[in-house]
Design a protein around this ligand. Structure first.
Ligand code: FES
Length: 118
């Protein structure tokens, strides 16, 4: 099982292939935002990578990061825990002024992923 480290929260074993946004929320118990429900539209699920940044990216992630002019972050709803990773959860419900983190992301990546190399 891959290990997920969330800075300030600890290191957790997570199910191989679990969506990173769900692992951060359910395994690390971090109140990460996912305002669009994990559909690569909002960028509120953004994380900074410390180690283990994936070398591939969904087309949807590339498009929304480019459209919003966001750099040096990755979208945790657009990747799977298939290797060890260490991240900073920089977009949390606490302090956001939002009433809730957003709709529950599906177990699988949505929209259905097309992959690019990064
Ligand atoms: S882009 Fe909205 S939850 Fe990931």
């Amino acid at each position: 099982m891959p290990k997920l480290t969330v800075e300030g929260y600890g290191t957790f074993e997570v199910a191989d292939g679990k969506r990173l946004v769900l692992a951060i929320e359910q395994d690390a118990h971090v109140d990460i935002l996912h305002a669009c429900g994990g559909n690569a539209r909002c960028t509120t699920c953004r994380v900074e990578f410390i180690e283990g940044e994936p070398t591939k990216m969904t087309v949807a992630e590339r498009q929304v990061l480019t459209a919003k002019g966001v750099a040096n972050v990755r979208l945790s709803c657009q990747m799977l825990c298939d290797h060890d990773m260490a991240v900073r959860a920089i977009s949390r419900l606490e302090g956001s002024g939002r009433p809730d983190p957003g709709g529950a992301p599906a177990p699988e990546i949505t929209p259905p992923p097309e992959w690019l190399s990064v």
